[in-house]
Design a protein around this ligand. Structure first.
Ligand code: IPD
Ligand code: CA
Ligand code: CA
Length: 273
């Protein structure tokens, strides 16, 4: 199946998944629990992952998938020729609290490059899409990242890992951004943070996340003209498009300066009076 047809399939599936998410909220009948000690997961996350996986399997039997709830084994990132990467609900905490910043994220990676991405936000009525080398769109209209060159005016998004012991070092980055940029947002969906960079509402986004959180969104941001990359070198053996540690995605002109600032914060080189 051609990438364009795969994209159309992924859009249809993401929209069907979105309808299930909206219906589940209206019904309010879902259980919540913690996985891995600290991560919230609801019945809806699992049900939506099942729906997406069944739909993909029906149309493209036997194709490999990496999905947060059903098939989260990351081994496949280094072995598969091509791979679907799925986050059934990005923004589970938002979903459980009745907030609207929630998305379905589906990407398809082949020969180490993300070829297409869909991020569908059912409560916001926005579907972001991108095709490798061909551009990025919101509800079918082309989108473009910010062209700012002024770090002081940048609105920067980030997030924090569920593991609380991983959070204290990130406070140094937060201080640096609050001091040198306009302000910070923590909106609770990495996929939508990346789409907000893609359409210029945010100037930058940095975080360490899992492959399913960012695979679709990072292609959408790149195809919209944002610069995408990592603060530190990536390990060999897995595609950089799926390596989620220390990612930085921003307006092209501020990428180097913001990267330097975040690395200086990590090295504890910054002083505030
Ligand atoms: C989370 C969201 C959040 C980010 C976390 C992710 P989830 O995904 O993307 O914005 O800060 O790192 O785990 O758990 O809602 O699918
Ligand atoms: Ca996620
Ligand atoms: Ca999720």
């Amino acid at each position: 199946m051609l990438p364009q047809q795969r994209l159309e399939l992924a859009i249809d599936i993401a929209r069907e998944a979105g309808e299930k998410i909206v219906a589940a909220r209206h019904g309010q009948a879902f259980n919540q629990r913690l996985k891995n000690g600290q991560e919230l997961v609801t019945d809806v996350d699992v049900a939506v992952d099942t729906l997406i996986s069944e739909r993909l399997e029906a149309s493209l039997p036997g194709e490999q998938r990496l999905s947060e709830e059903l098939t989260p084994d990351r081994e496949v990132m280094s072995t598969a020729e091509s791979l679907w990467v799925i986050d059934p609900i990005d923004g589970t905490v938002n979903f459980a609290h009745g907030l609207r910043h929630v998305a379905v994220s589906i990407a398809w990676v082949s020969e180490g490059k993300t070829r297409l991405g869909v991020v569908h936000a059912p409560f916001l009525g926005e579907t972001y899409t991108a095709l490798y080398g061909q551009g990025a769109w919101c509800n079918g209209k082309p989108i473009h990242a910010s062209r700012t060159g002024n770090l002081q005016r940048c609105l920067v998004a980030t997030g924090f890992p569920y593991r609380r012991d991983s959070r204290p070092p990130l406070m140094r980055r937060l201080m640096a951004v609050l001091e040198h940029c306009q302000d910070v947002r923590r909106n609770g969906s990495a996929a939508l943070d990346l789409c907000d960079v893609a359409c210029g509402r945010l100037d930058a986004y940095y975080e360490s996340v899992s492959p399913w959180d960012f695979a679709a969104g990072v292609l959408i941001a790149r195809e919209a003209g944002a610069r995408t990359g990592h603060l530190y070198p990536c390990p060999k053996g897995i595609p950089e498009d799926l390596y989620g540690e220390n990612i930085l995605v921003s307006a092209p002109e501020i990428h180097a300066e913001l990267g330097d600032l975040l690395r200086a914060a990590d090295a504890n080189e910054l002083r505030y009076d």
